[in-house]
Design a protein around this ligand. Structure first.
Ligand code: CTP
Ligand code: MG
Length: 227
C-alpha cells in the first residue's frame, strides 16, 4: 500500500548550536532536509510528503525543493511551538485515509527496508514504531544516587519513522490536544488511547542529527554507504 509521510521540519535546532535551523546544515554539500526528503522521493511506495515549516523559512525551503528536484511534497503547512503541534498540523493537511508515517526531518539515514516493514505492520495492526535495542545499561537515578537498574532485555530506544493507520493517529492527536497532553513521540499519544503499538527493529545508523558530533557520524555513514 502507498503511504503519506508527515515531516516535521519546524524546529530551531538549539542543541546543534548552529545559529540556524540545523536542517539547513549540509552533509556532503547537501542540506540534511534534502537527504531526508530524498529517502522518500526515491521510494516508489511513498505517495506524498507533507512538510511542517516555520513561516519565515517556507520560501527558502520551497527554493531548496525546486533546486534538488523534490516533487512529492503535496502540502507545506506552518509548524507549531512544539514538535507534536507541527506533526498535528501536517496531519490536518494530509489526506484522510491510508497509512501515515511520521518521520523527523532530522533523521536523514532512514532505510527503505525499515520503512516498508513499518508500513506493513501498521496496515496489519494499526501502529508501529522504529526502534533499536538499548546497548548500554540503563539506571534510574534521583539526586545523583542510583535507585534502580532497569532490565535491559525489555529496553528499546525509539526512533522515527512511526507508522499509523490514519484514524488511529488522528484520534490520538485530537484527544491529546483536547486534554492538553504533550508527548515526546506519536506512539505515546496512541498508547494513551489503549492501542497496541508494535516495534519494528531498525538500525543504529538511523541517527537524529541533534548535536555537533552527529554531523561527523553522519559524514561517516554516507562514506560507508558509498563503498
Ligand atoms: N520540529 C518541528 N516543530 C517544532 C520542534 C521540532 O517540526 N516545534 C521538528 C524538527 O525540525 C526536527 C524534528 O521535529 O526535524 C525532531 O526534533 P528535534 O530533533 O528536537 O529538532 P529541534 O527541535 O529543531 O532541535 P532542538 O530540540 O535541539 O532545538
Ligand atoms: Mg526539539
Amino acid at each position: 500500500m502507498l503511504y503519506t509521510v508527515l515531516l516535521p521540519a519546524a524546529g530551531s535546532g538549539k542543541r546543534m548550536g548552529a545559529g540556524q535551523n540545523k536542517l539547513f546544515l549540509e552533509l556532503r554539500k547537501i542540506p540534511i532536509l534534502i537527504h531526508t526528503l530524498r529517502a522518500f522521493e526515491q521510494d516508489p511506495k511513498c505517495h506524498q510528503i507533507v512538510l511542517a515549516v516555520k513561516k519565515e523559512e517556507q520560501a527558502f525551503i520551497e527554493e531548496l525543493l525546486v533546486k534538488h528536484r523534490i516533487s512529492k511534497v503535496a502540502a507545506i503547512t506552518e509548524g507549531g511551538a512544539e514538535r507534536q503541534h507541527s506533526v498535528y498540523a501536517c496531519l490536518k493537511a494530509s489526506p484522510t485515509n491510508g497509512i501515515v508515517l511520521v518521520h523527523d526531518a532530522a533523521r536523514p539515514f532512514i532505510r527503505q527496508e525499515v520503512i516498508h516493514r513499518l508500513v506493513q505492520t501498521a496496515e496489519e495492526f494499526g501502529a508501529a514504531v522504529a526502534a533499536v535495542r538499548a546497548k548500554d545499561t540503563v539506571k534510574k537515578v534521583e539526586n545523583g544516587i542510583i535507585q534502580e537498574t532497569v532490565d535491559r532485555e525489555s529496553l528499546w530506544i525509539i526512533q522515527t519513522p512511526q507508522a499509523f493507520r490514519y484514524d488511529v493517529l488522528e484520534k490520538a492527536e485530537r484527544m491529546a490536544e483536547k486534554e492538553g497532553f504533550l508527548g515526546t513521540d506519536e506512539a505515546m499519544l496512541v498508547e494513551r488511547q489503549g492501542e497496541q503499538v508494535h516495534i519494528v527493529e531498525s538500525t543504529y545508523d538511523n541517527l537524529k542529527m541533534t548535536t555537533q558530533e552527529d554531523l561527523l557520524f553522519g559524514e561517516v555513514i554516507l562514506t560507508k554507504r558509498e563503498q
